[in-house]
Design a protein around this ligand. Structure first.
Ligand SMILES: Cc1cc2nc3c(=O)[nH]c(=O)nc-3n(C[C@H](O)[C@H](O)[C@H](O)COP(=O)(O)O)c2cc1C
Length: 368
């Protein structure tokens, strides 16, 4: 049984910030999306007006599969916050290059400057070549999550306690008091990954669990698993799911765009990416990971976003979003081909339909 803790809450919308070159698909299809600052500031304003709650930045230090240029996530998040007034921006943070001391201080300062609109996404790493290139040790799969969990416990401790002390294997604090602490509420802590280690960490310490795109049935299995464990731990966690949206006036048009993206895929880059991510997951004790079952076509969108099937007309997409909500999803994390135009279209055509479906369900539930 899905644990739908979210029935009366509107589903939230986030978009992937294209702060990395090449857009969100590994394809040579022409894209009007740009990774530059001006494009992204305008996009954030469009998204906020369109009804998006969050923007998620990416952290990448080097890429061997396209995505050749990257802006750093925390600095970039601040730029987007400065250009908007309601949108929350989630800064991706990678333990290793960051330690919790610096992250806690940086994020507390940005929270102060922006009325508490910054959040963090603690990522655990999947690209061994990147770690080697920057001289960071490449830990085993579950060791990466053990470090991420200590990172999150340290962040929370620093943000909430005076004289914070912590004895971990990766981080240590002795009577540390951060001044000032975040005053406009604690920054929310998101986390990505779907291996056993990722889920268990979410069920213990994260506010939000992000997972790759998938069918409602497969998402339901993950949600049930995580929520059962979270309940055992007395912890509350919400779930966000990735999807690549192709919303067009007709389903045929939307499907044709998907086909064009796949037909123009860069095979070498897709294979190189697939090799890295599958290897990273194979190193987990269960021998799987986020991308264990991803086909070539799935991998053309970095986080299996086609699998969620938000591809069709606004009505079809709205219904599928509500179906995700029914299996316990709290947030849809969305990527687009031409971000500015399509985020606007999504705000005009899809979000109102989702809200109408949610309202109709609420009325039915009250009547029952
Ligand atoms: C929504 C989402 C966003 C992510 N963002 C980043 C990122 O910006 N940089 C990064 O190196 N990894 C990122 N990751 C990768 C995860 O931190 C993790 O390493 C990966 O999903 C493999 O996890 P698994 O082996 O637990 O399945 C992201 C994952 C998800 C699901």
């Amino acid at each position: 049984m899905a644990v739908s803790t979210n029935a009366s809450e509107p589903i939230r919308f986030a978009y992937w910030v294209p702060n990395v070159s090449g857009g969100l698909v590994i394809s040579k299809i022409p894209q009007r999306t740009s990774w530059d600052a001006d494009y992204n500031r305008r996009l954030a304003q469009i998204a906020e007006a369109a009804g998006f709650d969050y923007a998620l930045t990416q952290i990448r230090f080097t890429a061997g599969y396209g995505a050749e240029y990257q802006h750093e996530s925390v600095a970039f998040s601040h730029a987007l916050l400065a250009a908007t007034s309601r949108l929350k921006v989630i800064a991706a943070i990678l333990p290793g290059p960051w330690n919790p001391t610096l992250a806690a201080k940086q994020v507390a300062t940005i929270a102060e400057l922006t009325g508490g609109r910054i959040a963090v996404n603690i990522v655990s790493g999947w690209f061994s070549g990147e770690f080697r290139a920057i001289g960071e040790p490449w830990l085993d799969h579950d060791e990466r999550y053990r470090r991420s969990e200590e990172f999150i416990r340290s962040l929370r401790g620093i943000w909430t306690q005076d004289n914070f002390s912590f004895r971990g294997d990766f981080y240590r604090y002795t009577n540390y008091t951060l001044k000032p602490k975040p005053s406009a509420g604690l920054p929310e802590i998101f986390q990505g990954g779907s291996s056993r280690a990722a889920r268990d960490m979410a069920a213990r310490v994260s506010d939000w669990y992000f997972t790759n795109g998938n069918t409602p049935e497969n998402i339901r299995a993950q949600v049930d698993d995580i929520q059962a464990k979270a309940r055992e731990n007395g912890h509350a966690v919400k779930v966000g799911v990735n999807a690549f949206v192709i919303a067009r006036d007709t389903e045929a048009e939307a499907r044709a765009v998907l086909q064009e993206i796949i037909d123009n895929a860069d095979p070498e880059a897709v294979k190189a990416f697939g090799h890295e991510v599958k290897n990273a997951g194979k190193a987990s004790p269960e021998g799987e990971g986020n991308w264990a079952k991803s086909s070539f076509e799935d991998l053309v969108q970095y986080n299996d976003g086609f699998k969620t099937n938000l591809i069709g007309t606004p009505d079809q997409i709205a219904e599928r979003i509500v179906a995700l909500k029914d299996v316990g999803v709290d947030l849809a994390l969305l990527a687009f081909l031409h971000f500015q135009e399509e985020v606007q279209y999504f705000g005009e055509q899809v979000i109102p339909r989702v809200r109408a479906l949610e309202a109709a369900r609420e009325r039915r539930a009250e009547a029952a």
